[in-house]
Design a protein around this ligand. Structure first.
Ligand code: HEC
Length: 191
């Protein structure tokens, strides 16, 4: 009898811990979702503003000077790991790490099958610590093609700027609807 009571107590404690863990995961996921969404809006706003004032030639300069900077500042301000990553990155600093690369490859397969969800999250361990990974796929839209479409469709002025600033540019040749990359957020979880 005593033994059963102990087992029941142990089970209850475990279930409680599990629940608290789930709440922490839920909270982190909600924050990650918020952070990814906010960064997306911020970058979209910057691009829109530049396009309306300087056209594509002006926008590509500003984008190359400020997109990564704004992302880093945003990440610091939120105190969170957040970046834009792509398998075909333009800026080498936007190259995925090993985990992100695997996920982007998975996303690419799911995307061709029409099964890619709007967001993905997973709890893993990194150096023994629990972390929540959150990734939100980024799709190519029509207006992105001036800077990410087939080279021959990119205006000469834009191409010149891209060639000068990104000698290893791999972010051309896209069509609308293709998968461009993802916002990647990472949040440490309590153990
Ligand atoms: C005016 C030109 C321009 C337009 C339009 C544009 N981009 Fe970009 N994009 C760039 C430049 C320049 C970079 C590299 C920025 C940097 O140095 O971090 C970039 C980088 C990116 C990256 C980061 C990964 C990488 O390749 O380095 C993503 C993701 C991205 N763009 C998605 C988009 C999407 C989606 C759209 C359409 C909604 C879009 N871009 C429209 C110029 C543009």
């Amino acid at each position: 009898m005593k033994q059963i009571a102990w087992i029941a107590l142990a089970a209850a404690v475990l279930a409680g811990a599990q629940k608290a863990g789930d709440a922490a995961v839920e909270k982190a996921r909600a924050e990650a979702r918020q952070v990814a969404g906010e960064l997306g809006e911020r970058l979209k706003g910057m691009l829109g503003k530049e396009l309306s004032s300087g056209g594509f030639a002006g926008a590509v300069k500003v984008c190359s000077e400020t997109a990564l900077q704004a992302t880093k500042e945003f990440s610091a301000q939120k105190g969170r790991y957040v970046r834009r990553v792509s398998l075909k990155n333009r800026n080498p600093e936007n190259a995925p790490d090993a985990y992100e690369r695997r996920k982007l490859q998975q996303f690419a397969r799911l995307h061709t099958q029409g099964k890619l969800a709007e967001e993905y999250s997973e709890v893993t361990r990194e150096n023994g610590k629990r972390v929540l990974h959150y990734l939100r796929p980024i799709a190519v839209q029509g207006m992105c093609l001036t800077c990410h479409g087939p080279a021959e469709k990119i205006p000469q002025e834009v191409r010149t700027t891209l060639a000068a600033r990104y000698p290893a540019d791999r972010a051309m040749g896209y069509a609308a609807g293709e998968l461009r990359g993802a916002f990647s957020v990472k949040i440490a979880l309590p153990d």
